[in-house]
Design a protein around this ligand. Structure first.
Ligand code: AMP
Ligand code: MG
Length: 549
């Protein structure tokens, strides 16, 4: 009576057959947290449980199209010994490895500022937790492996275009030094998935794909909010204590004080994550509380984008075009709003608002200090000196907004200029601006006034650098460590997708390779560092993305 779709069974194969020498699973989340008593795979409200057991839906023709060798290594998988066909069977959900025990997690969330109730892993299925040689737990999760009890009105699947984007961006972020969930593999399923990309009645079939994501934990702010919203204090406490005992054990045994310290730590790590986003020009696009990792990792790569022209109001997400809640410049503020919702979820356990409010303050403290440090590093300054640098950085952000300025190219170009004071003083405004002309999308639109302001700022910068007495080569080296040359520009991801949809997967691997060393010069790869070509200005996928994925 209770299960409408009988659970299918999957064959298990042995670890060793995949080159997983001596690696084992230890599914703590399953073992220690309450399970949904219902085991049928049908959509429902799941109460009093942190997860539901569910099997991936078998697919017809899995094909491995890309993998990350670093993530394979992290989980103890030797890809040189790996049978790629078997690998594709496992990481498309067709076969389980001994010790895997698939489940989807229950969580809720605030979407665009409103409480949305139960969401949960609607198309994500955890396979289990691997313990690697260093005794670290890594959760493996398939995204797009079929419906789960949390799928609501959707199909549980993912298309190739969004999977390529998730796969590449997860790894690109990692190589940029940004906390993120990882991506082990990208597999085509052989199935077709119907999507109406712009919700305009033009649905079409697209190739289905599955990414295997990897993280120490996929727990989100919403994983706690769901229990608080349901007044389920018992399970809220179980989820909180479990999370502290596993991923925050350095804070000590769970107690009211530890809950508050934990919130403070989550505030700090979240601030650090957003600072990194601001450093490289990343816009997440959907910072709902269900998309905020408790580990302060970037999670759920949907309609994200990278700044081309520097613009605080820019968002790649067409669904958010009117409100711009999740625009580039709003991200720091939204992260704090999300943390406040998370703090609210801890109220039933902490019982007092004061300590929670105090812990929340650590967000702004970390952010403000980090912001100054980040900007001074981007500019190659030894230290942020408020007397001069508040103005210098404030004016910089104004100058970057004057005319469409490619953020990534701007900082790399700034690192190259000569700041030898005597020669700089003799230069005219034209000469000062000349090396920068390629960073502007519409140089013909630079007004004489813009021209004066931009060159005025560069002069100010040169004067400021002189006070540090830092040789230009050293400054350049330092700046180039924090200002990437290669980022996953929106149009590059789209070109890789267009090729992949036509059956050529080479650009995915090529981009992954370039993005492994985003700050290096990489002679011969300069075409991947070029600013967005004009054809991509208003092209779907390059500048406009929807949540349809
Ligand atoms: P997102 O905005 O992608 O974070 O998704 C919000 C919620 O919708 C999450 O619970 C997702 O698991 C769920 N969801 C998104 N896309 C699908 C899909 N194609 N099938 C089932 N659930 C989905
Ligand atoms: Mg999500």
């Amino acid at each position: 009576m209770n299960s409408q779709v009988p659970p299918h069974t999957l064959d298990s194969i042995n670890f060793d057959e995949l080159g997983f020498d001596g690696v084992r699973f230890d599914n703590r989340f399953l073992r220690e947290l309450p399970a949904d008593q219902e085991t049928g795979n049908f959509r429902r409200q799941v109460e009093g449980a942190c997860y539901s057991k569910v099997l991936p839906t078998p697919v017809s023709n899995p094909q491995l199209i890309a993998y990350s060798k670093e993530v394979a290594e992290l989980i103890g998988l030797d890809m040189t010994k790996c049978d790629q066909e078997k690998f594709a069977q496992v990481f498309s959900g067709n076969q389980l490895i001994e010790g895997m025990d698939p489940y989807s997690m229950c969580y809720g969330g605030h979407q665009f500022g409103n409480w949305a109730g139960q969401l949960g892993d609607g198309r994500a299925i955890n396979l289990g937790e691997v313990i690697n040689e260093k005794n670290e737990h890594w959760c493996l999760q398939l995204k797009g492996a079929g419906p789960t009890p949390y799928s609501r009105s959707a199909d549980g699947l993912a298309v190739l275009r969004s999977s390529v984007r998730e796969f590449l961006c997860s790894e690109a972020m990692y190589h940029l030094g940004i906390p993120t969930t990882r991506a082990l593999s990208l597999v085509l399923t052989g199935e077709e998935v119907l999507r109406d990309m712009f919700y305009d009645g033009n649905a079409k079939h697209e190739p289905g794909a599955i990414v295997c994501r990897v993280s120490r934990s996929f727990t989100r702010f919403g994983s706690f909010q769901i229990f608080a919203a349901r007044n389920d204090e018992e399970n809220l406490k179980k989820m909180v204590d479990y999370t502290i005992n596993t991923d925050f054990s350095h804070l000590g045994k769970p107690s009211v004080d530890v809950y508050v310290n934990w919130l403070e730590e989550v505030c700090r790590t979240t601030a650090e994550m957003v600072l990194h986003w601001m450093r490289v020009g990343f816009v997440h696009g959907v910072m709902n509380t269900d998309n905020m990792s408790i580990l302060g990792e970037t999670i759920d790569y949907g309609p994200y984008g990278w700044l081309e022209g520097y613009d605080h109001h820019w968002t790649p997400n067409t669904t958010d075009a009117s409100g711009r809640r999740y625009s580039f410049g709003n991200q720091p503020k939204i992260a704090l709003w999300n943390l406040a919702q998370f703090a609210n979820a801890l109220m039933p356990l902490v019982k007092e608002t004061k300590p929670l409010e105090k812990a929340l303050e650590s967000y702004s403290r970390t952010f403000e200090k980090g912001w100054q440090k980040m900007l001074s590093q981007k500019l190659g300054l030894d230290q942020f000196q408020p007397e001069t640098d508040d103005d210098l950085t404030g004016e910089l952000l104004e100058v970057l907004h004057l005319t469409e300025t490619d953020m990534t190219l701007f900082y790399r170009t700034l690192a190259e200029i000569k700041t030898d004071l005597e020669s700089a003083i003799d230069l005219s405004d034209e000469e000062i601006l000349k090396p920068f002309m390629h960073v502007y999308y519409q140089p013909e639109k630079i007004t004489p006034d813009d021209h004066t302001k931009i060159s005025g700022w560069i002069r100010k910068y040169i004067n400021r650098i002189a006070t540090d007495k830092k040789p230009d080569e050293i400054r350049r080296e330092q700046m180039n460590l924090v200002n990437p040359k290669y980022v996953l520009r929106n149009y590059l991801a789209q070109q890789a997708i267009d090729k992949a949809e036509a059956g050529d997967f080479s650009m995915i691997t090529e981009l992954l390779d370039v993005l492994r060393n985003p700050c290096d010069e990489q002679p011969g790869k300069e075409k991947f560092a070029e600013k967005r070509p004009e054809w991509a200005r208003n092209k779907a996928g390059c500048s406009m993305l929807s949540c349809s994925s």
